[in-house]
Structures are given as C-alpha cells and as structure tokens.
Design a protein around this ligand. Structure first.
Ligand code: SF4
Length: 338
C-alpha cells in the first residue's frame, strides 16, 4: 500500500498585485469617485477578468479603441502603456486623459525614444501583439524590430551590426530573455544592453519566489488570467524549475480535482494583476480538501509604491483645497466659531 504524501501548500511571496497594477486600479476607482461614472478605460486596465468585472460594476466602461469614447469624456490608459498615436487620437476626440501607464513601462518607452534619436536599431524582445509591445514599438516604429524569443533571432535584419541595442517587455521570463540576448549577441557581438533591467522588479521577484516553491512542489497553481503575460511566465518557470505539473487558473472554480491525485505539496502563487481575494479562495478550496498546512516561501521583500497619475493627483488636490475652503467659510459664518 502506498503511503499518502503529507499535504501542505507552499505559498510564494511576493505574489499578486505589483505597484503598477495597484496604481492603475486605484486610478480608475479614484476617477470614478472624483468625476462620477462613466469613466472610459482603453483596454483592460490590467489583465485580470475579476478586476475588470469589479470595475465595470462600479461604472467603468472598457473600450478597445480611443475612437469608441464619446467626445469630451474621460479616458484612462491602461498600465501596459500606449503609443504616442493614441494620445493624438484622444486629443482629436477632445478627450480628457488619465495615463495609468506603469512608470516602469514608461521607462522603456523613454529608452526606445533615446536610442532611436541616437539612430540605433532597437531589438525589442517581447511577445507579438501584447499591448505593452505595441505601445513601446509605437514610440519609434522605424527603429524597432520585435524579437519574439530565441528562435526568432535568425529572422532579424539590422542596418549596422555595430549599432544595435536590445530592450524588452517588462513581464518576460528572465531566463528566456537572457537566452534571446545570448542568441542576438551570437549574431551581433557589439550588441548594446539597456542601462538597467527592463524586466521589472515585480516580474523578477515573483519568478524568484516560484522557482524556490517549484523545487519542492508536486503541483504548482498560479492564479492569473490567460492573457496575463507575467502569470503565464510563472507557470512556465515553475515547470522548468522542478514542479511536476503546473496550471494557470482564474480562480478556485477552475481547479480540476484530478490534478490532486497522488499530490502532497502544492505550490501556489499569483500574477502581478491578481487581487489577493482570489488566492484566498484557492487556499480555502484546498483547505477543504485536506491542504490546511500553509507555509510561506519568501525569498525577497518587496516595498515598491508609485504615486497616482499626475492628472488625477492635480484634480484630487484641487478638490481637497476646495473642501478646505468650504469648511473655513462655513466656520467663519457660524456664530459658534466666532
Ligand atoms: S508587472 Fe511590472 S511593469 Fe507591469 S505594471 Fe507591474 S510593476 Fe509595472
């Protein structure tokens, strides 16, 4: 008779919301409070179905293109960033914009503009069609070539092999990106690297944590939506770092009981766009089936925070100042304060 393996959950930390997602979601919530519904949002503010549905219930309207927003309304740009042409479209449509692009994506946009101005050929490592890649490419379309993984390097053509720089999408697998960079260097030994990592701290930290968890896990579950790049990368990273099996799930409802057969240790993490309530749901589901023992695996601390988009901060400050003026005026005319 085979002994039942001890049941435990290794819970990766950090997991879930990163500073960029947190800022983007709060920006939509604050905009709804400040200006009232509806508030238009171009594309999913972050790649998570639950977050999008929750904001829709509060009055956000998600659109694919800026042209769908009625003239004069407010539109928020998502955390993934937009190309300059989208800002121009908004201006033509007389829209008020709030740019919730993550500052770490903006950093990559600025790098693209700088290297394009210096006339480099820019090899942007990323996934074809991903919103972030579309936005970054739009900063300098004549200078940027997308490289979608190591196998794509053979297709690259540049004008001057000695004037090539690589940049990357912020949410890639660190290991695979370095493989792609090595393959590019094989063709262009004088390849220039960006001054700092484009793969953001949150993506890197979540991958570091899942690697540690995966080494001891029979099964890894990652909470995240299928269109969330960093969530998909977490499952891939788990599978290449020791997990026997790995699945991406939007919530506990998607867990298949058959996955648990013969499983002792379950690793659990969530992508950077996933609210903690969904992870709590998975923990509860597992606890009901005997996985009550939860151990936190935390190889890195994370404390990053970003301030709200500047347009919103300006209006919130003005509103707060008006409220103070009203209170002072009321006190001045109130005999009780005389
Ligand atoms: S995953 Fe990274 S780049 Fe993307 S929003 Fe979060 S912090 Fe910003």
């Amino acid at each position: 008779m085979t002994a039942t393996p001890a049941r435990r959950v290794l819970l990766a930390a950090p997991r879930g919301y990163c500073a960029g997602v947190d800022r983007a979601v709060i920006a939509v919530e604050k905009a709804l409070e400040q200006y009232g519904a509806p508030i238009y949002v171009r594309h999913e503010i972050v790649h998570n179905k639950y977050v999008v549905k929750t904001l829709e219930k509060k009055g956000a309207i998600f659109v694919e293109e800026t042209e769908e927003v009625p003239e004069g309304e407010i539109v928020i740009f998502s955390a993934h960033g937009v190309a300059p042409v989208v800002h121009e479209e908004a201006e033509r449509g007389k829209l008020a914009t709030i740019d919730a692009t993550c500052p770490l994506v903006t950093k990559v946009h600025k790098e693209a503009v700088r290297y394009a101005n210096e006339d480099y050929d820019i090899l942007l490592i990323g996934h074809e069609g991903h919103e972030e890649v579309v936005g970054t490419s739009g900063e300098a379309p004549e200078h940027i070539t997308l490289v979608d993984g190591p196998d794509d390097v053979k297709n690259v053509e540049v004008r001057d092999p000695d004037k090539v720089v690589w940049l990357s999408q912020t949410t890639l697998s660190v290991d695979e990106t370095m493989e792609t960079v090595d393959a590019i260097k094989g063709r262009y030994p004088n390849l220039l690297s960006p001054p700092s990592d484009d793969i953001c701290y949150a993506t890197q930290n979540r991958q570091t944590a899942i690697k540690q968890v995966a080494a001891d896990a029979d099964l890894v579950l990652v909470v995240g939506s299928k269109n969330s790049s960093n969530s998909v990368r977490l499952v891939e990273t788990a599978l290449t770092h020791g997990a026997d099996a790995g699945h991406l799930i939007d919530s506990a409802d998607e867990i298949d009981e058959a996955w648990l057969e013969g499983v002792g240790t379950i690793g659990l993490s969530s992508g950077a766009s996933v609210p903690e309530v969904l992870v709590d749901g998975v923990l509860e589901w597992l606890a009901q089936r005997g996985w009550e023992d939860v151990e936190i695996v935390k190889p890195v601390d994370e404390h990053m925070q970003f301030s709200l988009p500047k347009e919103l901060r300006r209006d919130l400050r003005a509103e707060a100042a008006k409220a103070t003026d009203r209170t002072e005026a009321a006190q001045a005319t109130d005999p009780a304060h005389a």
